[in-house]
Design a protein around this ligand. Structure first.
Ligand SMILES: NC(=O)c1ccc[n+]([C@@H]2O[C@H](COP(=O)([O-])OP(=O)(O)OC[C@H]3O[C@@H](n4cnc5c(N)ncnc54)[C@H](O)[C@@H]3O)[C@@H](O)[C@H]2O)c1
Length: 226
């Protein structure tokens, strides 16, 4: 009997998988025998991760539709979707009163509207999938109320709430949906969101006082996709 926890032969879309934690999710899917479909705004980085790489801007309805058409033509179904793409490592930390409306709207269009729009575009393919499963990536910044990037925290709070509500709407189709909320996770990408002082303070508040790495995240995500 095949292992029900294996991703063997499953078609899994991972957004924002050109770098960082998304790339680790994609490698884990492929390593477990699945097909990782990379959906990324940076085409060059996407192509370097896996053969099945597609250009996608999750903030664009047209791009989501074109991506769904391309994946439908190539595979005919989707068994897993990881809504991982976000504006994150490029954020400049600042007080909430200094965030501009343009910054707020741009971030929301990717981090919150994106997962909704892509899930909508892929719905027929998810319905055609085998025991399809969606994993939305939120953040522990929501539950800790981390200061310095209010638009980001609000977007990830929205992702968590959206996941609960969507679970009821998708349940009738037998499609599962869950949220994973990573803590501070260090990847190959330098970022401005954590100063050395904040890093030390965050470690002191953690139960395991060590940096988290992408490998810490892949186990739960692979399990939920299986
Ligand atoms: N690293 C952490 O500490 C941490 C903590 C909590 C949550 N998260 C979340 O985990 C996920 C991955 O984090 P990361 O550290 O790898 O982030 P990252 O910023 O390194 O990577 C984000 C990826 O998303 C892509 N992307 C950005 N806009 C896009 C768009 N419009 N359409 C398609 N792709 C787009 C980028 O090109 C990039 O490849 C994000 O959702 C992030 O919010 C990260």
């Amino acid at each position: 009997m095949s292992d029900p926890r294996s991703l063997k032969d499953r078609i899994v879309v991972v957004t924002g998988a050109g770098q960082g934690i998304g790339r680790a999710y994609a490698h884990a899917v492929a390593g477990d025998g699945g097909t990782a479909v990379i959906a990324e705004i940076n085409e060059e980085r996407a192509a370097a991760v896996a053969a099945e790489a597609f250009a996608l801007d999750v903030s664009s309805e047209e791009s989501c539709r074109q991506f769904a058409d391309a994946v439908g033509s190539r595979f005919g179904r989707v068994d897993g979707l990881v809504n991982n793409a976000a504006i994150f490592s490029t954020i400049t930390m600042k007080p909430f009163s200094e965030i501009t409306v343009r910054e707020w709207d741009t971030l929301m269009s990717v981090n919150l509207r994106g997962p909704w729009m892509l899930t909508t575009a892929l719905l027929p393919l998810l319905r055609a999938g085998h025991d399809a499963s969606i994993v939305n990536i939120a953040s522990d910044a929501v539950w800790l109320g981390r200061p310095g990037y209010l638009h980001y925290v609000a977007s990830k709070g929205g992702v968590a709430g959206m996941t609960f509500a969507l679970s009821h709407e998708l349940g009738a189709d037998g499609i599962r949906i869950n949220t994973v909320s990573p803590g501070p996770t260090y990847t190959e990408v330098d970022r401005e969101t954590v100063s050395p002082e904040q890093h030390t303070a965050m470690l002191a508040r953690q139960s395991l006082a060590r940096d988290a790495h992408p490998d810490d995240m892949v186990g739960p995500v692979v399990f939920l996709l299986s």
